[in-house]
Every structure is written in C-alpha cells, then in structure tokens.
Design a binder for this molecule. Structure first.
Ligand SMILES: CC(C)(COP(=O)(O)OP(=O)(O)OC[C@H]1O[C@@H](n2cnc3c(N)ncnc32)[C@H](O)[C@@H]1OP(=O)(O)O)[C@@H](O)C(=O)NCCC(=O)NCCS
Length: 169
C-alpha cells in the first residue's frame, strides 16, 4: 500500500469509495465535479494496481484552521493503519502550508484520539465551517464530535533546524 497525493485519474475510485459510505449515511456524498475541483486537497491510499483503497482531504478555512474531510478506508482493509496514514498525511500537508490546526467532525472519536487529536466543544469552532452540514445525511440531528490537533511551537529548535543552525556558512 502506498499513500500519495491524489491525481485526476483517482477521481472515479474516490467517488466509488466515498459513495459506499454515503450509502450507509456515514459520509457526505461527493459528485465527480466536486472531486475534480478539489482534487488538490486529496491524498489516496492505493494498492499495487493503483486502485484507490483509501482517501482523505485537507480543506483550509483560514490561516490557522483546516479540516480533514472525506476520510475513508475500504472495509476489507480497515484496521491496518491506513486511516492513521491518511490522517497523518493531512497533518503533514497542513504543516507544509503553515496552517496551525486541523480538526475533524466525526463519529470515530476513538480513532482520532489514537491519531493524536483531542475533543473540543463544537461551539469553539467558527460559524463558517458549518455550511456543508445541510448536505449531511444526519442533518439536522448531528451526533458527530469535534476533535482537533494544534501545532504548538515550543520555541526550541527542531532537530533539523538545529542541524542547519550548527552548519558552517
Ligand atoms: C475511521 C477509519 C478511517 C479508520 O481507518 P483504519 O484504517 O481502520 O484505522 P487504523 O487502522 O489506521 O487505526 C488507527 C488506530 O485507531 C484505532 N481505531 C480504528 N478504528 C477504531 C474504532 N472504530 N474504534 C476504536 N479505535 C479504532 C486502531 O485500533 C488503531 O489504534 P492503535 O493506535 O492501537 O494502532 C475507517 O474505519 C473508515 O473508513 N470508516 C468508515 C468511514 C468513516 O466513518 N469516515 C468518517 C471518518 S471522519
């Protein structure tokens, strides 16, 4: 299995995977057009035949806030670390973009806790993030919880920064 940035050729696979969970009201269904338009937000887990077996997207709201969306792992492959790999990919992408926090709205609280996220009160999130909720199959009776991971600069140099700081010019 390999986790990599998504390509347009992955869109049919992402559409099918998300669709299977949308059928069971676990996720918001995405149209092919929406997936093409947002493909740069996605990563995918693929098998040896390049078939999509997992996906996730990082959607940026503001300089300090982003969301993990469309997280799914094909059922036969769940429980083998792919979900964590996709969530970590989104975190790394947020760090590359200098976005300091990533949140998720989810029923999979224990999974996200295992991935380093901590629960927060939904009221702590800004109003602007709720626009997609009307599309959720559970709307308006939302049972999802909010979890967040925040980058907290320590003020100390990271190992890489220390190495470069020590290097002679
Ligand atoms: C949620 C989901 C992405 C998890 O993917 P996964 O590949 O099965 O998860 P992983 O194997 O990477 O699990 C990582 C850790 O979370 C734990 N975990 C995973 N699912 C869990 C669950 N339902 N309850 C408790 N712990 C769980 C694993 O035991 C593992 O723990 P570890 O730290 O001891 O290794 C997957 O179950 C899924 O696609 N669900 C359906 C779609 C869905 O609900 N998407 C919405 C999520 S916002």
């Amino acid at each position: 299995m390999n986790i990599r940035p998504a390509r347009v050729s992955d869109v049919p696979g992402i559409h099918e995977l998300v669709g299977t969970f949308a059928e069971n009201k676990l996720m918001i269904r995405r149209t092919m057009a929406e997936l093409y338009e947002s493909i740069q937000e996605f990563c995918v887990a693929v098998d040896d035949d390049n078939h999509v077996v997992g996906c996730a997207a990082l959607h940026v709201f503001w300089e300090d806030l982003s969301e993990i969306r469309c997280l799914a792992v094909a059922e036969p492959l769940q429980g083998h670390g792919l979900g964590r790999g996709l969530v970590d990919w989104c975190w790394d992408r947020a760090r590359q973009l200098d976005v300091t926090s990533v949140f998720a709205l989810t029923n999979s609280v224990q999974f996200f806790t295992r991935c380093g996220y901590h629960p927060i009160d939904k009221s702590e999130l800004p109003q602007g993030i709720w626009s997609e909720c009307v599309r959720c199959p559970a709307f308006p009776e939302c049972k999802e919880s909010a979890l967040i991971r925040v980058h907290e600069p320590t003020g100390r140099l990271s190992r890489a920064e220390s190495r470069y700081a020590a290097a002679p010019v």
